[in-house]
Ligand binder design. Sequence first.
Ligand SMILES: Nc1ncnc2c1ncn2[C@@H]1O[C@H](COP(=O)(O)OP(=O)(O)O)[C@@H](O)[C@H]1O
Ligand SMILES: Cc1ncsc1CCOP(=O)(O)O
Ligand SMILES: [Mg+2]
Length: 279
Amino acid sequence: MSNAFFTPDAVATTLERVRAATPLVHNITNIVAANSTANALLALGASPAMVDAEEEVEAFASQAAALVVNIGTITAPQAAAITRATKAAQRAGTPWILDPVAVGALAFRARIALDSLAHAPQAIRGNASEIIALAHLRDGHAEPPPSGRGVDSLKTAEQAVDAAGRLARSTGACVVVSGATDHITDGTRIATVANGHPMMTRVTALGCTATALAGACLAVEPDAMVACAHAMVLIGLAGERAAREAAGPGSLQVRLLDTLYQLDRDTVTQGARIAILAP
Ligand SMILES: Nc1ncnc2c1ncn2[C@@H]1O[C@H](COP(=O)(O)OP(=O)(O)O)[C@@H](O)[C@H]1O
Ligand SMILES: Cc1ncsc1CCOP(=O)(O)O
Ligand SMILES: [Mg+2]
């Protein structure tokens, strides 16, 4: 993989490809994030649909350009839908991404997340606590180490890099650990994205939004590490630009949509802070 893919210019090209393709992004997501992630996907230029009836997901995941699976408010029917959708995505070659919200906190969602890994996600995006917990469970431990509180992380992304690498190597997925500096790894290489703003942690579902935008990028970019790194620039850059003018979390949420919509080649190439950390 060439470092040329981890440049501000390459991010701008991915943004333009999303807008040109308007990819259909199938979301099975939580009730908190559903509206805001649909709006963020629309603002970016993708076409979101929230479809989680067990009877419908197989057909939809097969025809979508990408599938986003988020376990934030998982229910038993949604768990059954996730099994069917991820199987169908694997069969149809639809790229899909897992957001393992609070996977370390509750055993039921941990089982759903672990089982879904059998269907070969292209990517996994979580905060540090979630990635540490999922990697630990994937290693075969019955209980994750205590590293989160509800849906929020108590660790930094840097503290989760080893876990992310293990998880990537064991699943074949690109693993994204979000935080003040996002870390993206395929188990060998590590890219970082230093966009974002601390106020983003005061608006719910912005991690979920990052995952959804990664779904849109996976629809147009087959290299999952490139797609995910670019998506993290887009959410981080939109967040930091929106935060400059926001009075607080309320206006940040609204401004973030406007900023995603307004991102263009100039703003992306001037603002993207993307780099290869290793090897
Ligand atoms: N301390 C921070 N400083 C700057 N940006 C941040 C910070 N924390 C989170 N972000 C931004 O918010 C995005 C979502 O990350 P995060 O808060 O880790 O997700 P989650 O909501 O799943 O816990 C990150 O990719 C980054 O752009
Ligand atoms: C608050 C909450 N509760 C269950 S899911 C959810 C949203 C979590 O979103 P994010 O992980 O993006 O902060
Ligand atoms: Mg989250």
